[in-house]
Design a protein around this ligand. Structure first.
Ligand SMILES: Cc1cc2nc3c(=O)[nH]c(=O)nc-3n(C[C@H](O)[C@H](O)[C@H](O)COP(=O)(O)O)c2cc1C
Length: 328
């Protein structure tokens, strides 16, 4: 007797994928949804999305004072309160997708809150994790902090996808804050539209296709990269000098501000004003100067920069050899 298995029926046990979600403008949510399309369409895969709700929620658009007042806790990885999660911690997932945005060169506060939540260790311990970053273009040190928090909960980082604003750095230093403070993607006529392009957002479906195939084959158990050869990440180590300088200043000034009070405290306001003036000077001097120096020293720095690029692009890499298979 022959058994006819309908094509839509899963053959083996279903694979369960946990996705953590938080997005203010909808940019990261749109990228995540596009990536999830192939997984959702597969009857052998169950996708569970947990949307984070900080208490109180962060505003969008931001006021200038709220925006800068968020840097001390972001830089020090101090978690805000979260509304109760819809998970018990006893669920068993085969794969965890962790999309996050960067706030002040650190993972955004809502994602930090999730990773420091007692349930995170229960849910993520021993699990393969794929991080998906969507930010302006400075994410190198945020991902180092993310690696630390993942290690703290015993998770295994197997892939990292990064989508950034492709406009020149100096332009994004104007367009990104203008977007976040006005809510408009092109608040300044003549300057580029802020954020990750529509094309890059749509093409993130390739990662979902590759993850679906890997889950079908059980390759998530190998704890090795599943998204190699898909141009998952392009690191720009020239920004590392600026990232290091800014991280140090966020950390030190953040300590001072935290000593002055909690977010919103009146005693923080004069210090914040002083810091913003300092930061603007830093951005207008260190960023262009370090980029200029590196351009002048290019012949001597080539090898060092190539090593750093390769290191920060781990574990997924910037290779393109599987694009023809998944990017169509
Ligand atoms: C408070 C704050 C700080 C940010 N700091 C950075 C940063 O350090 N580096 C960066 O590349 N992008 C930074 N961004 C941009 C975000 O990473 C992100 O691209 C943007 O907020 C849109 O994300 P969304 O999906 O939550 O809408 C910052 C955004 C906010 C709101």
């Amino acid at each position: 007797m022959t058994h006819i298995v309908p094509e839509a029926m899963p053959v083996g046990p279903q694979k369960r994928v946990l996705v953590i979600s938080y997005s203010q403008t909808g940019q990261l949510a749109a990228i995540t949804e596009r990536l999830l399309e192939p997984l959702r369409a597969d009857p052998g895969i169950v996708v569970q999305v947990e949307t984070l709700a900080p208490l109180p929620d962060f505003p969008f658009p931001w006021s200038i004072s709220r925006f800068f007042d968020a840097f001390p806790e972001s830089a020090h990885l101090v978690p805000p309160a979260l509304a109760p999660l819809g998970l018990s911690g006893d669920e068993a997932f085969d794969l965890v997708i962790l999309p996050y945005q960067v706030w002040f060169l650190a993972p955004s506060q809502p994602i930090t809150a999730f990773l420091k939540h007692p349930l995170a260790a229960k849910l993520l311990h021993g699990k393969p994790v794929v991080t998906v970053i969507a930010c302006r273009n400075m994410w190198l040190l945020a991902q180092e902090k993310m690696k630390g928090m993942l290690a703290d909960v015993g998770a295994h980082l197997i892939d990292n996808v990064v989508l950034t604003d492709r406009a020149p750095t100096m332009a994004t230093l104007i367009t990104a804050p203008a977007w976040l403070l006005t809510g408009k993607r092109r608040p300044i006529p003549g300057l580029p539209v802020a954020g990750v392009s529509q094309n890059d957002t749509e093409r993130s479906i390739r990662f979902g296709r590759a993850l679906r195939d890997a889950l079908r084959d059980g390759r998530e158990k190998t704890r090795t990269s599943l998204l190699g050869g898909l141009a998952a990440v392009e690191a720009n180590p020239r920004l590392l000098v600026s990232e290091r300088a800014a991280t140090r200043s966020f950390y030190l000034w953040g300590k001072l501000l935290r000593a002055a009070g909690d977010p919103g405290a009146t005693a923080r306001k004069p210090l914040l004003l002083l810091y913003v003036l300092f930061l603007i000077t830093l951005i207008l001097t260190i960023v262009p100067l370090s980029l200029l120096f590196q351009a002048l020293l290019r012949p001597f720095l080539t090898q060092r920069l190539a090593c750093l690029k390769q290191r920060f692009e781990q574990p997924s890499g910037s290779g393109t050899e599987r694009l023809s298979q998944y990017d169509f």
